[in-house]
Design a protein around this ligand. Structure first.
Ligand code: NOJ
Length: 440
């Protein structure tokens, strides 16, 4: 067996997001998001899975920091709830919400854990949502005022910032027609560029800022040129539509043409692309879970593709193929095409598991997932990729946007008692961090 070491300076962490773990939705002046209305009756009582309590992190953050320390985490990626800071999205500031994140940031620093903050992770203030959300350019203005406050207030202590989490999901996981989806995507990208500008101009702008994209390496099902074209189209739709504007200041020409063929175009105003070009990020954050395999499909008019899953593969509870090699390939492609610093801001897997009578959660499938992916990261670094951080998704079993059945945690959270139990995968990760390497 060989121990493969990660370079000095490489940071190991775990990630969460506000609505998925905090709970305390009605406390200390927090405003409303659209998520607060889902699965609730008119009296506000839950009718299905909701984030009202989630992991109760809002009340247990001190215990949770102690747990992170026990795991040896060097950094913790979390998001700030916009409506705890500005309950109406804009205007009135909520001092109690501000104080909560002060206590969290200070507690992390005291424990020797570097805070890394996502400005927006899917929980848009209800007031902005009702006014059109990210389709409305006014949301950019509101977001920038919120981001500016965060940079000014927390930026003396927080030195890693992520503007948005997964703009592809925000833009496309809905039933809207393409032009509306492109408008959401474009406004998110412009807001990102303008936030980078604000950060650099802010008094605390000596840290690093980037965006978090969900990427999946696409493979053709065969060497047939039609399959190769199908994989390239999905890559354009999912990956390059966001990578190119952020890292090259332009949309990919093949996809612009494809969208035009369907009567859709990004609503670009004068100055938008210039803002993207003029405000490069310090790094690229990537959330990676799986890969795609594409076959040509003439019935799919837009992308000409269909998924061709490999029946021999292992799939997680989400139905996502376990494909650690694809993370290596993706990293090598990103290095070749963009050459930028990369942080793996999320990587992990949902599998069913339970605390056994001896108190142990034997999540060997999740452990194997981490081992395979960490090995790909280490190998990509050895082969020239500038990967500087890795965050396990997720620290906790949490609210997976509509369900508690999808368990991504390296720490089990009992749904009734909320007791935290480090899983076998968490113990494994602790060992990797302590050794700063993996056994192969
Ligand atoms: C991506 C998202 O950022 C996070 O919110 C979600 O829980 C995980 N992936 C798993 O689906």
């Amino acid at each position: 067996m060989t121990t493969r070491h990660f370079p000095d300076g490489f940071a190991f962490g775990a990630a969460t997001s506000a609505y998925q773990i905090e709970g305390a939705c009605d406390e200390d002046g927090r405003g409303r998001t659209a998520w607060d209305l889902r699965n609730h009756d008119e009296q506000g009582h839950p009718t299905g899975p909701v984030g009202d309590v989630a992991c109760d992190h809002y009340h247990r953050y001190q215990e949770d920091i102690a747990l992170m320390k026990q795991l040896g985490l060097q950094t913790y990626r979390f998001s700030i709830s916009w409506v705890r800071i500005f309950p109406d999205g804009v205007g009135r500031l909520n001092a109690k919400g501000v104080a909560f994140y002060d206590a969290l940031v200070d507690g992390l620093l005291q424990a020797g854990i570097r805070p890394a903050v996502t400005v927006w992770h899917g929980d848009l203030p209800l007031a902005l949502d009702r006014a059109g959300g990210w389709e409305n350019r006014a949301t950019i203005t509101a977001y920038l005022a919120y981001a500016q406050f965060l940079f000014d207030h927390y930026g003396d202590r927080v030195k890693t910032w992520y503007t948005h989490n997964e703009p592809w999901c925000a833009a496309y996981l809905n039933d809207y027609p393409l032009p509306r989806q492109l408008s959401i995507a474009h406004h998110l990208l412009v807001a990102h560029a303008e936030a980078v500008r604000l950060y650099r101009q802010s008094k605390n702008g000596d840290g690093k800022i980037g965006i978090v994209l969900n990427l999946a390496r696409q493979y053709p099902a065969s060497a047939d040129p039609a399959d190769v074209a199908a994989a390239r189209n999905v890559d354009g739709f999912l990956n390059r539509w966001f990578l190119d504007p952020v890292l090259k200041g332009r949309y990919p020409a093949d996809m612009v043409e494809r969208y035009q063929g369907f009567g859709a175009a990004a609503p670009i105003l004068a100055g938008d692309m210039e803002a993207l070009m003029a405000n490069p990020s310090d790094f690229l954050g990537i959330n990676v879970y799986s890969r795609g395999v594409q076959k040509a499909d003439p019935d799919n008019a837009f992308l000409g593709s269909k998924d061709a899953p490999d029946p021999r593969s292992v799939y997680t509870e989400m139905g996502w193929e376990v494909a650690p090699e694809s993370l290596y390939d993706l990293l090598m492609d990103l290095e070749a095409t963009y050459g930028t610093e990369i942080q793996i801001t999320e990587n992990g897997a949902a599998f069913q598991d339970a605390v056994m009578q001896d108190g142990v959660v034997r999540d060997d499938d999740r452990l194997a997932y981490y081992k395979g992916h960490l090995s790909s990261v280490e190998r990509a670094i050895r082969h020239g990729c500038k990967v500087t951080a890795y965050y396990a998704w997720s620290l906790f079993d949490n609210f997976e946007w509509g369900t508690y059945e999808m368990k991504f945690g390296i720490v089990h959270v009992d749904p009734v008692t909320l007791k935290r139990t480090v899983k076998k995968s968490g113990m494994y990760y602790r060992g990797v961090i302590a050794a700063r390497g993996i056994e192969e």
